[in-house]
Design a protein around this ligand. Structure first.
Ligand SMILES: [Zn+2]
Length: 165
């Protein structure tokens, strides 16, 4: 017997995609500033920004992205690349302070074949990890708690990113 999936946050996400096009382009725009908390945007810089991943592998999973819509690092100017990598570095520092992880996964998936969910707009993943946290995954993947979970995570992490913008 299969269970029906109740996932309003997923519906919101899909509708959001249709309305806004590329969410990695839309989230840091000045006209979306009022929705930054709702969108999980932690910091916006001139060439790069960071937001929560709405499909986290572990608590505190963030995405670091250049502002420009490019698929691969070599398409960025060196200034944009440096800004993105510098922000990635800051995310590691701030997630360590905020969540005291025992380890972190840091990386980029380029192309669908490499596992990129959104393959048109480059983004790096920074994921704090704790020994045995695979047991935590079914809890945070519970679709019924996801919106609250994301807002709680946002409130907890945002102070650690405030001085970046
Ligand atoms: Zn984009």
């Amino acid at each position: 017997m299969s269970e029906s999936l109740w996932a309003p946050w997923r519906i919101d996400y899909i509708l959001g995609q249709k309305t806004d096009g590329c969410f990695l382009c839309a989230y840091p725009k000045p006209e979306a500033e009022a929705r930054r908390a709702e969108n999980g945007v932690l910091a916006v810089l001139p060439h790069a920004f960071v937001c929560l991943n709405k499909y986290p592998f572990a608590a505190g999973h963030v995405l670091v992205s250049p502002r420009r819509h490019v698929a691969s690092p070599e398409e960025l100017t060196l200034e944009e690349y440096a800004a993105t990598m510098s922000l990635l570095r800051e995310c590691i520092v701030r997630l360590k302070r905020a969540t005291s992880p025992q380890g972190l996964n840091v990386g980029f998936n380029l192309g669908k074949a490499a596992g990129a969910g959104v393959d048109e707009h480059l983004h790096g993943h920074v994921v704090p990890r704790w020994a045995g946290d695979s047991n935590f995954m079914p809890v945070i993947a519970d679709v019924r708690v996801m919106p609250e979970y994301l807002q709680d995570t946002y409130k907890r992490l945002r102070p650690f990113f405030e001085d970046l913008a």
